[in-house]
Design a protein around this ligand. Structure first.
Ligand code: DX5
Ligand code: ZN
Length: 225
């Protein structure tokens, strides 16, 4: 099972609702919503009020990726604004376990995110608690960057550890530079949730772009593990 999640960071924000409708019509499974604070990452994107309006106007599964310092401070607000899953960075939070519990207390899914330079073992203590691990395949902060193929061994390590502890159901999401020519490396390594910004919103025919990524994900390129 592959889930395809267009990242609205690359959408036309002047018509965000229509853009989201378009990718849903084109077969998107989830909508990936990137939140940046200008501190954890050197960029600022969108926040709580936009999610509130969007989730009210367009029904979808909202996969919220927090790229902010001390994310626990905003979990309640994003949950109330319509998040279906909240992921936060292991590098940005002192109490990861407490933050996972806080997210779950809203009856939604919790994810933990790991930057390219952070070793896989940093998320191992939380694998028994989270619904998903998001492995960044670029440095967080901007859309349109090149895919880091070397992240695939990290995906393998996390998938292997998840299986070892009996968490075969753990979702592993990848984010950054995902397109039809890169996604197959990540699915071979064990990822099953695929975020794509520019390779979907940058295309006129979003349905074709989504199908292309899904087909490529289901045809792993090489076995990495
Ligand atoms: C980057 C964001 C991504 C971004 C991906 O920090 O987390 O979700 O939108 O963009 P692409 O798919 O263009 O690399
Ligand atoms: Zn993201």
């Amino acid at each position: 099972m592959s889930l395809i999640c267009p990242s609205i960071l690359s959408a036309d924000f002047s018509k965000l609702g229509e853009e989201v409708e378009d990718v849903l019509k084109g077969g998107a499974d989830w909508i990936h919503y990137d939140v940046m604070d200008g501190r954890f990452v050197p960029n600022i994107s969108i926040g709580i009020p936009v999610l509130k309006s969007l989730s009210k106007a367009v029904k979808a599964f909202y996969d919220v990726h927090l790229m902010i310092e001390e994310p626990h401070r905003y979990v309640n607000d994003f949950a109330k604004a319509g998040a279906d899953l909240i992921s936060f960075h292991v590098e940005a939070e002192a109490d990861c376990s407490g933050t996972i519990d806080l997210i779950h207390s809203h009856g939604i899914k919790a994810g933990i995110v790991i930057k390219p330079d952070t070793p896989a073992k940093e998320v191992f203590p939380y694998l028994n608690k989270v619904d998903m691990v998001l492995v960044m395949t670029v440095e967080p902060g901007f859309g349109g960057q090149s895919f880091k193929q070397e992240m695939c061994s990290k995906i393998c390590d996390i998938r292997e550890e998840a299986i070892r502890i009996g968490r075969d159901d753990l979702l592993i999401e990848v984010d950054g530079g995902i397109a039809s020519d890169t996604v197959g490396y990540t699915s071979a390594a064990g990822a099953n949730v695929f975020v794509a910004g520019s390779s979907i919103f940058g295309e006129k025919d979003r349905a074709a772009a989504i199908t292309g990524i899904r087909d490529a994900a289901d045809a792993p390129l090489m076995h990495q593990c």
